[in-house]
Structure formats: C-alpha cells, structure tokens
Design a protein around this ligand. Structure first.
Ligand code: SF4
Length: 197
C-alpha cells in the first residue's frame, strides 16, 4: 500500500474524533488499489465491516463485487471507502457532525489516489459530497464539481431486496467503466451536471 495511505489507515484505526469511536468494534479504513481510476464511496461500515475492519464485505459488498465482475473488473483493481469510517449504532445514517468530522480522511484518500471518477454509492454519499438527495433520480449521471468527476448510482445495500435496483446498479457500473475507458482514450465525454460552468 502507498505509504501515505498507510498513514491514513493507521490514523483511522486509532481515531477518536467523533462519538462513533465509542461504539465501534473496529474502524474501517478504505481499501484497494491506490492506482485505481475510480474510488467507490459508500455511507458507513455495517455489522460485518465493523467486526472485521474491512469495507464492503457483507451482503452489500458481495452485490458490489458481483456487478464489478460482470463488468469485467475485480475488487482488487478498485479502491473502496465510506463517508464515515466507523459503524453508526444499528446502522443508522451518520449524522451531519459525524460526516463532517470524518470527511478529512476521505479528502486525503482522494488527494492521494487522484481518481478519474469518484463513484458515489447512495444518498448519504451523494448528500455529503455534492449536497444532493434522491439519487435514484440522478443515477447514471456524470457530474463535474471543482475539476473532479463524480458518477452517481444506488447503494448496493438498496439492491438486496430489489431486483430492479440490481439491474440499475449493473447498468450503471458498466457505464462507469465505459466512461473511464473513454477518459483514458482522451475522448470527449458528456457531463450531465456541471457545477463549474
Ligand atoms: S467515524 Fe471517522 S471521525 Fe469518527 S471516530 Fe471513526 S474515523 Fe474518527
């Protein structure tokens, strides 16, 4: 792992900056390929992640792995993290204060990895990173803000009991990697929502 990411990981593991440190079993730092073209950002660790200290290893994580594999991408090729790095009790949505307190770790991850696209998974990440809501209305769209591209899709957890959403996630992940390929080939791509223009 990159040395700077290793330092972030260690800081996350030891972090006591917000009250979630009191109820967690383990902090859950981001994990994956630090040369990745994409960072996936979810909401927060769940029960399995809290027990093992790794992101997206429960049912939602398996859903994500499956759609990645279907798109020809392995988990090891990408970087996966969350808005907050410790599990909120009973999987409640992290509060604004918790998100704000934790955001510096994500900013550091982004500044080291410098992804071509940040893939936002679900409403909490959408709201935290772009101030948005109702991601289902915007999923599949490419957003530019402050010279960073973001791609919007549903959280894999939302697909567990909803077969229509698994198709949505599958289609979006395919589109995401098509966009990345076009970016790598220096092709012009369509920005759906541009906060900089
Ligand atoms: S959620 Fe983030 S800020 Fe809060 S204790 Fe965990 S790592 Fe620290």
């Amino acid at each position: 792992m990159d040395q700077k990411l290793e330092i972030i990981k260690q800081n996350v593991v030891e972090c006591t900056k917000c009250d979630l440190c009191k109820t967690r079993t383990n902090s859950v730092p981001g994990k994956g390929n630090f040369h990745s073209d994409v960072i996936f950002v979810g909401e927060a660790p769940g029960k399995n992640e809290d027990e093992k200290g790794e992101p997206f290893i429960g049912i939602a994580g398996k859903k994500l792995s499956i759609v990645l594999e279907e798109a020809g991408i392995s988990r090891e090729e990408v970087y996966i993290t969350n808005i907050v790095k410790c599990r909120p009790p009973k999987n409640r949505v992290p509060t604004a204060t918790e998100r704000e307190t934790c955001q510096d770790y994500l900013k550091q991850e982004i500044s080291i990895i410098k992804p071509k696209i940040i893939c936002i998974l679900g409403n909490t990440a959408f709201n935290s990173l772009l101030g948005g809501s109702e991601i289902i209305k915007f999923r599949g769209k490419l957003v530019r803000k402050d010279n960073q591209l973001y791609f919007l899709t549903v959280h894999p957890a939302a697909t567990i009991y909803n077969q229509e959403l698994i198709k949505v996630l599958r289609d979006d992940i395919v589109k995401l990697f098509e966009l990345i390929t076009e970016l790598k080939n220096n092709k012009d791509i369509q920005i759906d929502i541009d906060y900089t223009s």
